[in-house]
Design a protein around this ligand. Structure first.
Ligand SMILES: [Zn+2]
Ligand SMILES: [Zn+2]
Length: 342
């Protein structure tokens, strides 16, 4: 099969040929239809987070079709539409797994970091970690929900935003623009602080209450803030913009160092500083149900399978707004979705 890989120390991706994976007894073999591109894929490729494999296929927002099942798999049929996301293994036995916090399990394994992901024609996943998707959904609209969406959902829950409150969103990419829709659908107001006129225009198009450049201060104190940009210097900036009693959440897997800041001025006043670490499968199930109910729709830029490298560079350079999705299969769908094949 054709696959894009990154190797330890390489800091780039290359298109190559790999043997088609074979499903283990508990696994599904999935024909990949589309795969979303996530900033975490860049962190893996750039080794901002340490390599977990000598060579890996990136991509962890996979929508595909089951084409074979392992001997022990029940409940899945050939042709079923499934999603494969970031979290792909937990031990099931540790204190975290037994208390509904499997995202903190020390034995977690992740798609596109520990094991091969979706920038390839085929992928495998343990059936217990696949998301069952309705047959009628647009794969391009679902793929970004599988990481960007789920992480945004978990970040929003951890932000403890009061009903009708003002949420600051720092950085306005794939995860942020989905979280903004979710927050506004539940009655919150959103202030988007972001670099890039394209990102600011997307925020305006979605109807957020305030849109500012990266140094701008929201017009009134925030009840909570989520920092999606992987930039540590934003954390004290977000704390300064947040009212006493408010919460600031960092949603990323990696962030540059946070500069020293004044406890008295920025943290005292019972401001909470929190992080988000991956997600549980329950988060995913809840969010995908909610997104369908609320009609959450990502703004998608589509790239052909031959342009995975271009998509990653566009994400790095901030050249594409919203969510970037690779059309992996030839029959992935209509080409009228904001095709970015430049
Ligand atoms: Zn565990
Ligand atoms: Zn991701």
């Amino acid at each position: 099969m054709t696959a894009w890989t990154t190797s330890a120390g390489q800091h780039t991706v290359e298109c190559t040929t790999l043997p088609r994976p074979r499903p283990g007894p508990a696994q599904l073999l999935v024909r990949v239809i589309v795969c979303g591109v996530c900033r975490t894929d860049l962190h893996v490729i750039d080794e901002d987070i340490p390599p977990h494999a000598d060579r890996v296929v990136p991509g962890h927002q996979i929508v595909g079709e089951v084409i074979a099942t392992g001997a022990d798999v029940t409940g899945y049929d050939i042709g079923d539409r499934v999603g494969i996301a970031w979290l792909r293994h937990t031990c099931g036995m540790c204190e975290y797994c037994r208390s509904g916090r499997e995202n903190l399990c020390p034995r977690t394994r992740f798609t596109g970091w520990d094991e091969d992901g979706g920038c390839a024609q085929y992928a495998v996943v343990d059936a217990g970690y696949a998301y069952r998707l309705p047959a009628d959904v647009d794969p391009f609209a679902i793929a970004p929900l599988l990481c960007a969406g789920i992480i945004g959902y978990r970040a929003l829950r951890r932000a403890n935003l009061p009903p009708g409150g003002l949420l600051g969103i720092y950085g306005f990419g794939s995860s942020a623009h989905i979280a903004a829709q979710l927050a506004m659908a539940s009655g919150a107001r959103v202030a988007a602080i972001t670099r890039g006129e394209g990102n600011r225009q997307l925020a305006r198009d979605l109807g957020v209450a305030f849109v500012g450049d990266s140094d701008d201060v929201p017009p009134e104190p925030l009840d909570a803030a989520i920092v999606f940009a992987p930039v540590g210097a934003i954390m004290p900036q977000a704390l300064a913009a947040t009212a006493p009693g408010g919460t600031v959440v960092s949603a990323g897997i990696h962030m540059s160092p946070i500069p020293e800041f004044s406890y008295d001025e920025l943290l005292f006043g019972e401001r909470d500083l929190r992080s988000v670490t991956a997600n549980t499968r329950a988060d995913g199930d809840q969010f995908l149900r909610l997104a369908r109910q609320l009609g959450i729709t990502p703004h998608v830029t589509v790239y052909p399978f031959g342009r995975v490298d271009t998509a990653l560079e566009d994400l790095r350079a901030g050249r594409a707004e919203g969510s970037l999705v690779i059309a992996v299969a030839d029959d992935a769908g209509p080409a009228d979705q904001g095709d970015a094949a430049k």
